[in-house]
Design a protein. Structure first.
Length: 255
């Protein structure tokens, strides 16, 4: 039995060489890239071909348009938000807006573009940021493993929905890179960026305190404070009350 298994493994070693594995990885990456381009192109040319394609980004795009109109807090008006989504995309399944001003600030520039090019740029930037970060953990020199790590199912889900999960994942990864490579400035920026979805970073202060890394704590506090101030100034003083009221209403509906 053992000899038979060893014989099978020896044959596999002869067939699956390192060069062949790398070539297979490059083929997989190229195929996935072509599939992504074809899917995005088809979804933009024939709206509705992929149900809910880019819907999450669509909600952010509507919020960005409201910021350009000088009324960002209006995104928390469910009736108005529903009507704008239905008018822009011709859909009945619409989303509510629950984001803090930090995400609204980052997404605001996309409102200056029509939806299709805005979505394409957003997806390209999200994927580029994610792949760059993933390459720091899983080297591209092993392309098959890189393809598995960087282009897994959740990544495609984020791309198909226009979700910001790739950016959040990249920010989380950058937090760990900042600790691993002892780059306080990177840690501070990455921690601040997690304020677009603050619940993902809620344990970071606890970890820093437990490890006695008060230097990183200071960088994180400074980055978060700067981001919050910039977002508040950009969105206006009426945004936070609307955001908090929305949260209370949502908690009541869920609870």
């Amino acid at each position: 039995m053992a000899d038979g298994m060893r014989s099978v493994l020896d044959r596999l070693d002869a067939v699956i060489t390192l060069e062949r594995a790398r070539l297979l990885g490059l083929i997989v990456l190229a195929a996935l890239g072509l599939c992504a381009l074809a899917t995005v192109g088809a979804a933009l040319i024939w709206p509705g071909w992929i149900p809910h394609f880019g819907q999450d980004f669509g909600a952010s795009w509507i919020a960005a348009r409201l910021w350009l109109e000088g009324r960002p807090e209006a995104a928390f008006d469910p009736q108005l938000f529903f009507e704008m989504q239905a008018q822009a995309f011709g859909v009945k399944d619409v989303l509510l807006w629950h984001y803090p001003p930090t995400w609204h600030l980052l997404i605001a520039p996309f409102g200056a573009l029509p939806f299709a090019p805005a979505l394409l740029i957003y997806l390209a930037l999200s994927l580029a940021v994610w792949l760059t970060l993933a390459a720091r953990f899983q080297p591209v020199s092993a392309p098959l493993l890189f393809a598995v790590v960087a282009l897994s199912g959740p990544v495609w889900m984020c791309l198909s929905q226009g979700q910001n999960g790739l950016l959040v994942g990249a920010a989380l990864g950058a937090v760990f890179l900042g600790i691993r490579d002892d780059r306080p400035w990177l840690f501070g920026i990455a921690t601040a960026l997690l304020l677009i979805k603050p619940h993902f970073g809620v344990l970071i202060p606890v970890i820093l305190a437990a490890r006695g890394r008060w230097d990183l704590f200071a960088w994180a506090a400074g980055g978060c404070a700067a981001f919050l101030v910039a977002a508040t100034l950009a969105m206006g003083p009426g945004y936070w009350p609307a955001f908090l009221e929305n949260g209370i209403t949502l908690a009541g509906a869920v609870g």
